[in-house]
Design a binder for this molecule. Structure first.
Ligand SMILES: *Cc1c(COP(=O)(O)O)cnc(C)c1O
Length: 436
């Protein structure tokens, strides 16, 4: 008797990324030049990104090959496990089946390494020596620091001031991997100096840190900029999550009824959900929910319009759901979700009604995360906790309706460097109603 072939280990890592732009029935509104407002050409991006990433940003090819060097780096932790949360299900007494794709199991602790590696690789391939970037909570900065270390690049990270102060361990992690970490706003750039002059006490924003990193990259020809979310090529790289999950679910004969992910710029949600969009477009019923914090409700409260990705207005204009580039989000613990805009691809799909969005209170997110930690063990990143809250709500709804359904959520990262946030929650120091 032939045993059923089950793919394990590196055979299960996708060899291609999936490009949703090949399958969308609607055109994605193009990015516009920040000054002239004409449609952006590949040349306009050449100062910031290597040619190969610019090509990916604008490509309409369905599958884009993952280079061997990147695959080899992915082998450090991919394929990632798809767990069924049996203990969580039991504690909720729900007929729903809850699956989670765990992206926190790599050395940097979040899904961001999926795109940091190819970004570092393609820059190195084209002779770039140094990358600049921004980081909110520090997950992107640490992922890029590790990727730069593996592909032999220098790395300079502008870290949002509030996180720099609240999360010293991520700075230490970045420095351990050889990067330089600068609190933003800083005195080293014009954008930073302007912001400090306006408000010396500002907690900083992701949008402002992006301005600083771009300003520095533009000033040197051997230096490029790397963005951890929002852009098409970032979402593309993250599709390894959904491609793996799809194969893993197929191997046990499951098609999800609900797909859930938290959204900051939209990349981990998109990474899980986009590979399932063709099925949805061809009529399969699957609910896809983006979960954002009440403090930065870019989908549920923002407008769908052209806006800058940064505060100083240096980036191209992107058509997206946005709260406005000058929006300063409240100091929530889920630093990775403190962003004014949303990926153009996620924004378009939401605008067309293909995706749904929910905004969640910080305290509700932590209460879900603690239930999860006490049943499944893993302490989730505060960002991922938002997705968990909605997954648990969906499971409770299934119980009320007396129906079984398959829920899959992206556990985008672990929370072991966010324990002070858990401490605050456990001590009752996180208010239940936030002023957004
Ligand atoms: C950065 C981050 C997010 C938010 O970014 P997306 O691009 O929306 O995925 C969510 N979860 C974790 C763990 C993060 O590090």
């Amino acid at each position: 008797m032939e045993p059923t072939k089950i793919l394990l280990g590196e055979e299960a890592i996708p060899k291609f990324w999936y490009n949703i732009l090949a399958d969308l029935p609607w055109p994605l509104p193009p990015a516009l030049h920040p000054k002239t407002r004409s449609i952006l050409s590949p040349d306009d991006l050449a100062e910031l990104f290597p040619e190969s990433l610019v090509e990916q940003e604008m490509s309409h090819e369905r599958f884009i090959e993952i280079p061997d060097e990147v695959l080899e780096a992915y082998r450090m932790w991919r394929p990632t496990p798809l767990h069924r949360a049996y203990r969580l299900e039991r504690s909720l007494d729900t007929p729903a089946k809850i699956y989670y794709k765990y992206e926190g199991g790599n050395p940097s602790g979040s899904h961001k390494l999926n795109t940091a590696l190819p970004q570092a690789y393609f820059n190195r391939l084209e002779g770039i020596k140094k990358l600049t970037t921004e980081t909110g909570a520090g997950q992107w900065g640490s992922a890029l620091s590790l990727a730069c270390s593996l592909f032999d690049l220098e790395c300079r990270v502008f870290m949002v001031r509030i996180s720099y102060d609240q999360k010293p361990y991520r700075r230490i992690l970045m420095e351990t991997w050889g990067a330089t970490c600068i609190p933003s706003p800083s005195q080293t750039t014009q954008a930073g100096r302007n912001a400090l002059q306006q408000d010396p006490e500002t907690p900083g924003t992701l949008g402002l840190a992006i301005s600083e990193a771009i300003e520095e990259a533009l000033a040197r020809s051997d230096t490029h900029y790397a963005l951890g979310s929002v852009l098409n090529h970032v979402l593309l790289h993250q599709t390894v999550i959904g491609l793996e999950a799809k194969a893993q679910l197929a191997s046990i004969g499951v098609m999800p009824d609900v797909i859930v992910g938290c959204v900051g710029g939209g990349s981990n949600f998109a990474g899980l959900a986009l590979p399932f969009v063709p099925e949805k477009l061809s009529g399969q019923k699957v609910k896809m929910v983006c979960v954002e914090p009440i403090a930065t409700p870019s989908l549920t409260k923002g407008t769908y319009t052209y806006d800058y990705a940064d505060t100083a207005g240096l980036t191209p204009l992107l058509k997206m759901h946005t709260l406005g580039k000058d929006f300063v989000p409240p100091k929530v613990h889920a630093g990775g979700l403190r962003y004014h805009g949303m990926a153009p691809i996620v924004s378009l799909l939401y605008d067309k009604g293909l995706l749904e969005a929910e905004a969640v209170e910080q305290q509700e997110a932590f209460s879900a995360a603690v239930i999860f930690a006490r049943t499944e063990g893993v302490v989730p990143a505060p960002e991922s906790a938002h997705a968990l809250r909605v997954a648990i709500n969906e499971a409770m709804l299934a119980k009320e309706e007396g129906k079984s359904k398959a829920i899959i959520l992206n556990l985008s990262g672990h929370g072991y460097l966010d324990l002070s946030a858990y401490d605050a929650y456990l001590k009752g120091q996180i208010p239940s109603k936030q002023e957004a």
